[in-house]
Design a protein around this ligand. Sequence first.
Ligand code: ACO
Length: 326
Amino acid sequence: MLRAKITGTGSYVPETVLTNADLERMVDTTDEWIMERTGIRERRIAAANQGTSDLAAEAARRALDAAGLAASEIDLILVATVTPDMLFPSTACLVQGKIGATRAAAYDLAAACSGFLYGLSVANSHIVSGQYKNILVIGAETLSRVVNWKDRGTCILFGDGAGAVVLQATKGNSGIVTTLLKSDPSLWQLLCLPSVGSRIHASPLDVEASMHTIQMKGNETFKAAVKALDEIVDETLGAAGVKAAEVDLLIPHQANIRIIQATAKRLKMPMDKVYLILEKYGNTSAASVPMALDEAVRTGAVTPGKTILMEAFGGGLTWASALVKW
Ligand code: ACO
């Protein structure tokens, strides 16, 4: 039986750091409030000449290096993002050009913060079906471009970055065990970016109303996230026949420390089995899980034989999980 195995990971963050102290000078907030309510201390901001595809391409190069694979051997590039360079061509096509993946197919996937795990699930199906052997799945965002820097309820949360994995067909026992994808449109207005799209065109009036920036009802989103993630981790472990105690490491979407703690509590998992990068990078949406995974691999927190549970929640609403035997 064919399995999809993660054979290389990579990530990239821009150099510029925006700290909570910087934010104190921009909006009415404090480092104490942000740390207590979110767990975030700083985030990265892309340079003026960097688009999402630049961040994604660098993360992809590092993942290819780690896998020992040439870009020309990649069959498919999937980029999960809600901040593409432009509506078309896709960011995946731009990444293809930047890394020289000459024979790959390429497309973008939009599922907000759950996008990377959606991409991993789709890539897994492509591999298990025998269609492709080598796939790059990338989560990349430049959320700093779509944040309302006057809204203290959202601008403190988000940052820029990219994470990537190389997924390869294998016949061994390690690899993706199961993935679960969920969505519910009834609460889409809790978290959205209304413009630019086919409905709202970013006219001067729309821009004045900040329609081109992230709109979020934070408290309701928070409650929806905790409920959805509680359910999905139970269902994922049930589907795989794995007990929570058998999970070696939880790699959650890095949105808010309190949401992460709630999921860990549900799993009766001590926080030292939860991999966190939230404090350094904030919420990087589709990039957050692969960035955390890459750091966990490089620091030795993920080693062969370990069972890793990944989960994410975002706009749509969407939520998703993946259980991986490393
Ligand atoms: N500094 C100081 N005070 C603030 C700030 C701030 N930065 N932001 C809000 N406040 C105030 C509010 O105005 C409010 O004041 P009031 O009581 O006088 O009205 C008070 O703090 C409490 O506001 P809440 O919104 O209830 O605060 P909460 O504890 O819910 O924290 C937060 C807000 C951090 C946004 C939280 O709700 C959250 O993290 N939500 C989930 C975000 C998320 O996970 N999004 C999903 C993924 S994102 C994606 O898909 C792109």
